[in-house]
Each structure stands twice: as structure tokens, then as C-alpha cells.
Write a protein that binds this ligand. Structure first.
Ligand code: MN
Length: 362
């Protein structure tokens, strides 16, 4: 579903759908807060509307081609947390950021590591990304300088959106995931690698990420992903009891990154080591409450094979092996004017794309 779908309101009102007034609001949050039975009832109602020939006269006047609308951020983002749940991505980044150490830190296989992102910087697909400025210090420099990032990157991720909130002190066990989560969005966690590398010790990413995060204009309901559910990769060691389970929430969702019209990478969300229910269980295991509109993203999804990495820093081996694009130009990191498009599909089901063009620093 997408936000600002005010044109459903006349039909919903005429048919006295429960909560029809909620679709006149600029975001889906009030609808998401209604919970799973209402999500189900609305979907059933909508399916009947578009499939039932008798409803054609009522529905057709309100249909608008997608090409004629400007898509809006579908939900008001309450909190934004970004995990680090791909084993291959965490291993690749560990090798680059800490070349003298074991790539995975000791906690990685015991809990889904995350940092807290900036909800106010989450924007809808189609929004330009302004090259961020910040402190950068190359290993051979004595002191940092301030200026535009020279190592701007994308991160291909899958995020989930919380509908039903919890109270403080109420953990969400892995089995209750679908009672709280409405659906998923595709996410581009834009990252300034030079700013990130200098700032991240010891508290994790901050300004290297917080300048902008882009999400699809469509939230794909979990119920549409039922056929995409697969067993997730085996975990070793076995997780502690509060994170055990949720292994039937691997998602066979094909992923693609396109740069300036050329496909750079093909991956799949089924490779994630920590599943979405385990991420939510971990995030609430200390009693932290979740709110309607909370966005929790997977972290960059990278596969084991070359060409399945979800970021440029991995695809180019930290910039040392620039990609040669078909027109002969090379890319180590993103240049001004570059356009990145993330796409995902589960069979014939397409998730909304995430599109963004890099513009020069202000
Ligand atoms: Mn990320």
C-alpha cells in the first residue's frame, strides 16, 4: 500500500468500509495501527472491489494511472533502526575496515547487531540525495579535513514496518512477528564511507548514514510474501532461547541494483543470516517498546558470489577495483549525477523500486 491514497476514500466511504476515513490521511500510520484483523479485512474488501465485475462502475471513475501521480512517503517514520544481518556483508566490511582482525566481531553470531538511524532523514523513492559533507581522514593523513564525501555509496536493504505497537516492557517473541509487522519496504541506506570510517569507533555509524535513507513508495504487506517464505540459512552457534525460531522467515526475494541504467548486482534476501522476526525479537528483548511506523532495515544484503554484493564498497573491493560501465567510464564510488535504482521481486510480485540521483554538495 502507498500513502496519500485519497482516491480510495470515495469508494470506501460509499461502501461504509470500517475506518474508511483513515485513507484520507496523508500517511498509512492510522491504518497500520488498527492491527492485523483490519489489514486482512481491508485487503479482502479491496480484492473484491477490483475483481468483482459488479463493482466496475463504482471503482473505475476513481482509478488513476500510476504515471499520473506523485508518490509520497507511505508512512510517517517513528524510529529507524538498521541491522547488519548479512553474514557476507559483515564479513566483507570487517575485512576492509579492520584488515588485521577476524572480520566478524565476537558478538555477531550471537545477536543481530544494529545501529540507530535517523527517522527524520527517511525519504521516498525519487528524492535526490545531496552529497553529504563531513570529516574525512584517509589512513595516511595526520588529521581530518571537512568537505564533500569522496566515497558515497548505496546499501541495498529490506526493511519492515511496524503496525501494531507494544507497551514498554513487552518483548515481541519471534512467533508474534506477523502480529506487529504490516509489511516490508525496499531501502537504500546511502552511506558516506569516508565519513563513516573516521567516525564509527566506538559507537557506530552516525553522520556517515544520517544524511538520507530512501525507501520505496509502496509497503508490501507480509501476507503477500507468504509464498516467498523459505528456510533461512543454518545458524552456528544455535541462538539463545529468546532468539530461537523465526527460521521459516527466510524470504526468497530477488534483488537488483542498477546504476545509470545498467544492472550492477543481483542478490537475494534469502541469504540473510538473521531473519526479520529475530531482528524484531532482539530489538524488543530488553523491553523497548515499538511504535506504529517504526522502520527496521536488514542491513546491506550481499550474497556469497561476486556480483551479488549490495554496496559499491564491496563490488569494487573498497574502491581498488573500479567497475567498468558499458560506456567505458569507471566507478569506484558514486559521482554527482549518478542514478541508483534498487529493485526487488518475489516471483511475479514486484516490490516498489527505490530510485535516487546524486546531486552535488550544497
Ligand atoms: Mn545499512
Amino acid at each position: 500500500m502507498s500513502g496519500g491514497c485519497t482516491r480510495t476514500t470515495p469508494v470506501a466511504s460509499a461502501q461504509m468500509l470500517d475506518g474508511s476515513q483513515l485513507f484520507a490521511e496523508p500517511s498509512l500510520n492510522s491504518f497500520l495501527a488498527l492491527g492485523r484483523p483490519a489489514w486482512h479485512a481491508t485487503r479482502e474488501w479491496l480484492l473484491d472491489l477490483v475483481q468483482n465485475e459488479n463493482e466496475r462502475d463504482a471503482v473505475e471513475p476513481h482509478l488513476i494511472p500510476l504515471s499520473a501521480v506523485t508518490m509520497q512517503l507511505p508512512f510517517e517514520v517513528a524510529d529507524y533502526v538498521d541491522f547488519y544481518s548479512s553474514l557476507e556483508h559483515a564479513t566483507n566490511l570487517g575485512r576492509m575496515f579492520r584488515p588485521d582482525q577476524e572480520p566478524l566481531l565476537p558478538n555477531w553470531r550471537w545477536l543481530p547487531v544494529a545501529y540507530h538511524g535517523r527517522a527524520g532523514s527517511v525519504v521516498v523513492s525519487g528524492t535526490d540525495v545531496v552529497r553529504p559533507q563531513g570529516q574525512r581522514k584517509a589512513p595516511d593523513e595526520d588529521a581530518p579535513t571537512f568537505g564533500p564525501s569522496r566515497r558515497l555509496d548505496f546499501e541495498l536493504e529490506l526493511g519492515f514496518v511496524v503496525g501494531t505497537p507494544t507497551e514498554l516492557g513487552e518483548p515481541v517473541p519471534v512467533e508474534a512477528f506477523a502480529d506487529h509487522v504490516f509489511g516490508v519496504v525496499l531501502v537504500n541506506d546511502w552511506s558516506a564511507r569516508d565519513i563513516q570510517a573516521w567516525e564509527y569507533v566506538p559507537l557506530g555509524p552516525n553522520l556517515g548514514k544520517s544524511f538520507q535513507t530512501s525507501v520505496s513508495a509502496w509497503v508490501t504487506p507480509l501476507t503477500l510474501l507468504e509464498d516467498a517464505r523459505v528456510e533461512a540459512p543454518a545458524q552456528d552457534p544455535a541462538p539463545l532461547p529468546h532468539l530461537a525460531g523465526g527460521r521459516d522467515w527466510g524470504l526468497d526475494v530477488a534483488l537488483e541494483v542498477e546504476l545509470n541504467g545498467e544492472a550492477l548486482s543481483h542478490g537475494n534476501a534469502r541469504t540473510l543470516y538473521w531473519t526479520l522476526p529475530q531482528q524484531l525479537a532482539h530489538a524488543t528483548s530488553n523491553g523497548s517498546a515499538v511504535r506504529t511506523g517504526d522502520l527496521m532495515a536488514s542491513g546491506t544484503i550481499s550474497g556469497p558470489d561476486r556480483g551479488s554484493e549490495g554496496s559499491l564498497i564491496e563490488l569494487t573491493r573498497n574502491g581498488t577495483e573500479p567497475l567498468v560501465l558499458p560506456d567505458g567510464v569507471t566507478r569506484a564510488f558514486l559521482e554527482d549525477g549518478d542514478e541508483v535504482v534498487l529493485r526487488a521481486n518475489a516471483g511475479s510480485l514486484e516490490l516498489g523500486e527505490v530510485r535516487g540521483r546524486v546531486v552535488a554538495s550544497i
